[in-house]
Design a protein around this ligand. Structure first.
Ligand code: MLT
Length: 321
């Protein structure tokens, strides 16, 4: 019996080594947990394009939007651990671990982290026709109008949800929340005037801010951004208001280490690709250093972000089923 178990384990190791050696020999699917046109989609497509060159196999982007990204995360957690289905997710990967009481996966244990990819600030933006012109006026407007103001987010645990939570908790008021499958469609509705407010990653908001199709009020970094002359929330007196939307890549748990390393090295190459760097720079989104685009760095970061967001989310009494 013992011999049979040992033989099976040895065969599994041999099979994994063989599959790692000729990896990838068919297209790789990169699952994006939000709708097309939003920041995760933009970053995912940029990386996929460059990783296609390095891996010499097509990296195909698939959007599996819904439930704050948890549908996509679950899909990848349950995929075959062979490196052909991978995930890009962001701070939602940490936040959903706290918010959802019945997750069908373990956000840390069910994944083989590949590496961090980018850091990105968010901006609080409003439809063009909304009255306030400054963040101070906007805060007074929200306090006065309360649920007459509509606020969009991309599902429980999305960056836009976390930003809205902090805003409403700072102002001690509730707006009317409208949920989308990603901030791509939410931004379209903001530009169209169907909703009042959105906190979106600068990655997708910047072109609209620059075109003047939306009003921009503040950024969610502690310090103001060089590319966007807006105050930070700290600067207008909202202490501790900070949302950094960091994106990372994951494979399912059990993916052979040589395959994970192959993907991590393709990720690091993408983060040095001049075309990717130019586009990220245009969108004021920061590629991480080589040291952070590694499995260990992503795992540490994920665990520390879960610890960071737990008191904030639980303090706000937030949960989802
Ligand atoms: C998206 O791509 O739609 C975003 O990453 C959503 C969000 O987290 O706000």
């Amino acid at each position: 019996m013992k011999v049979r178990v040992l033989l099976a384990a040895a065969f599994a190791v041999l099979a994994a080594t063989a599959s790692a050696q000729d990896y990838p020999n068919r297209p790789v699917t990169l699952v994006v947990p939000f709708a097309a046109g939003g920041p995760s989609d933009i970053i995912g497509r940029l990386l996929a394009q460059s990783m296609t060159q390095t891996l010499k196999q097509q990296v195909i982007v698939e959007n599996t939007a819904g439930a704050g990204g948890t549908l996509a995360i679950n899909r990848v957690a349950k995929a075959a651990p062979d490196g052909y289905t991978i995930l890009i997710s962001h701070v939602n990967h940490a936040a959903t671990a706290i918010l959802y009481r019945k997750l069908q996966y373990d956000p840390v244990e069910d994944f083989a982290p590949i590496g961090l990819a980018t850091d990105g600030a968010m901006a609080i933006i409003g439809k063009k026709g909304i009255a306030p012109n400054t963040i101070q006026e906007l805060m007074a407007h929200i306090k006065e109008q309360k649920d007459k103001v509509s606020y969009a987010h991309a599902g429980i645990g999305s960056g836009a949800h976390l930003c809205g939570l902090q805003l409403m908790s700072a102002l001690q008021t509730q707006m009317t929340v409208v949920t989308y499958r990603g901030t791509g469609p939410a931004l379209n509705d903001l530009v169209g005037g169907q909703i009042d407010l959105l906190c979106d990653q600068v990655t997708s908001a910047l072109p609209q801010i620059q075109a003047g199709t939306v009003k921009a009020y503040a950024v969610t970094t502690k310090e103001p951004l060089k590319s966007l002359p807006l105050p930070s929330m700290e600067q207008v007196g909202i202490r501790g208001f900070e949302v950094n939307v960091w994106h990372g890549l994951y494979a399912p748990k059990g993916t052979p280490a040589p395959i994970v390393e192959r993907l991590a090295s393709a990720l690091r190459a993408a983060l040095k690709d001049p075309l990717v760097l130019k586009r990220l720079d245009d969108l004021s989104t920061t590629p991480v250093s080589d040291e952070r685009a590694t499995p260990d760095a992503l795992k540490k970061h994920l665990v520390s972000e879960i610890a960071k967001w737990r008191p904030i989310i639980q303090g706000a009494g937030q949960y989802a089923d």
